[in-house]
Write a protein that binds this ligand. Sequence first.
Ligand SMILES: C[C@H](N)C(=O)N[C@@H](Cc1c[nH]cn1)C(=O)O
Ligand SMILES: [Zn+2]
Ligand SMILES: [Zn+2]
Length: 480
Amino acid sequence: MPAPQEFLSFVDTNANAFIKRLAEAVAIPSISGDATHRADVVKMGEWLNTHLKAVGVSTQLVDLGKHTMDGEELNLPPAILGRIGDDKSKKTVLIYGHFDVQPANKSDGWNTDPFTLTIDESTGQLIGRGSSDDKGPVLGWLNVLQYHHQQRKALPVNLRFCFEGMEESGSEGLDDLVERESKPGGWFDGVDCVCISDNYWLNTRTPVLTYGLRGLTYLKVTVHGPGRDLHSGVFGRTVYEPMTDLIAIMSKLVDSQGNILIPGVDEMVCAADEEEREIYESLDYSYKDIESAAGGPVALTTDKVDLLMGRMRYPSLSLHGIEGAFSGVGAKTVIPAKVSGKFSIRLVPPQTPEIVDPLVISYIESEFAKLNTKNTLTIENLHGGKPWVADHTHWNFEAAKRATKAVYGQDPDLTREGGSIPVTLTFAESLKVNVLLLPMGRGDDGAHSTNEKLDRSNFIEGTKLLGTYLYELADIQGKK
Ligand SMILES: C[C@H](N)C(=O)N[C@@H](Cc1c[nH]cn1)C(=O)O
Ligand SMILES: [Zn+2]
Ligand SMILES: [Zn+2]
C-alpha cells in the first residue's frame, strides 16, 4: 500500500508549521552532559510528551533513577514510552529517538545562537543544536502522527515509542528499562521490528539505510600532583607537573595517521578481504565529501574505501579534551595541580568496552610508570556501548528501501555508521527482532559540531520517508 497522496500533500502544506515546532524544540537547551541543564532535559521530555499526547499517543513517563555526574548526584531525565494502535492484524513497530543534545555555545564558533533555530533562506538550512541530532527526526515522527490524528486516518501499523534524554551521555538507565519492557506483558511485547532515525547520510546526495553502528568506550585519565595550582616561575623545573605527564600519556594513544597505539586494540579486528572492499567501493562517496563535511582539506587519504572502512568497520581513538587545564584567554603562568584527559575509542565487532578497557588501562599504567614521576594516576570509564550489526536483507530494510525509492526516486546506499547509539543492540537482543536505522539528515549536518543544521528538504522529505516506510511495512510480506 503506497502512502496516500493526501499524506504527502499534508506534509508539504504544513511544512512551515512543522519548522515552527522544530524551532520550539531547539529552543530548549536539553544538554544531557551538563548538570546545570538537567532541568532543561526534563522540560524537553515534558514538551515532547505533551506533543505526543496531542496527536493521540498514550504515554507514560518512566523514572530511571539517579546517577552521578562530575561528582554530583542527579535525577536521570524520565524516558517516554508511547503506544498507539493495538490491531492484531497489523505489524507493530517500535520507534526510538532521543531528545537530549550535545553542548553548544556561541563562542565555540557558531555563527548564530545555537538554541534559536535560524532559517537560512538562501540555502534552505535549518540551523540549530539538535536540528539533525535528533530533534528533527523525532519531530518527523510527530509530523507523521499529526496527519493521521488530524485527518482521522488509521495508522497502517501499530506503533510503540521509546524516547530518552540521556543518549548523548551513555543512555544511563535505559538498558534495564528496555529489557524489562521487552518481557511478555511489557510495553514492547509484540513488537515486530524497530526503526531508529538518528544518524546521517554519507554525503549530501544519496539517502542511506544503516545496518551497523560502532560501539564506544569513553575514558578519563587524571594525573594528580601538587596540593594546589602553582606559579610556574616559582615551581617550574622544581616539581613534577601533572600536565606534562598527561600530555606524555595522551600522545601515546593514537598517531597522527589514526593508528591506535594501544597493543591489541587494532589487532583485534581482522582485515577486509577483496570481496568486502568491493562493498565499500560501490558506495556513493569520495574524499571530497568528507573534506566538505569537515570544512577543510583534512582527509587521512584520498582512497575512498580506506576512508569508508575507517569510519564504519575499524575502531578509532579520538582525544577530546583536558579538564583542569588553563584554557582561557591571556597568558596565565600556571602549573595546574590536577588535569584529566578525556578520550574515547569507537569499537567494532568483536570489541566491547569489557574487552578493550583492560588493555587500555594496563597500557596507560605501564606508560605512566615509565615516566618516573611522583604524580599519581587514576583512570575512569565515563560510559560505553557495544557495537551492533544487523541483517540488511530483512523485510524491515526492504520496506525502507521501497519507501526511499518512492520518496527520493533512488535506491538507498547501505551503510554502517561510525557513531554509536548504545541502546540499539539492547533492542535487537531483548526483542529478538530486526532493527533498522533510517536517517533523515545529510553527512554535512555537523552533528555535535558548530552550526549544526538540517536541510529543510531533508526535514520535509524525511517526514514523508518515515510515513511512507510505515505504509510499505504494512504491505510487505513478513511476520504478521
Ligand atoms: C549517532 C548518534 N546520533 C550519536 O550522535 N550518538 C552519540 C552517542 C554518544 C556517546 N557518547 C556521547 N554521545 C555518538 O556517537 O557520539
Ligand atoms: Zn549525537
Ligand atoms: Zn543522536
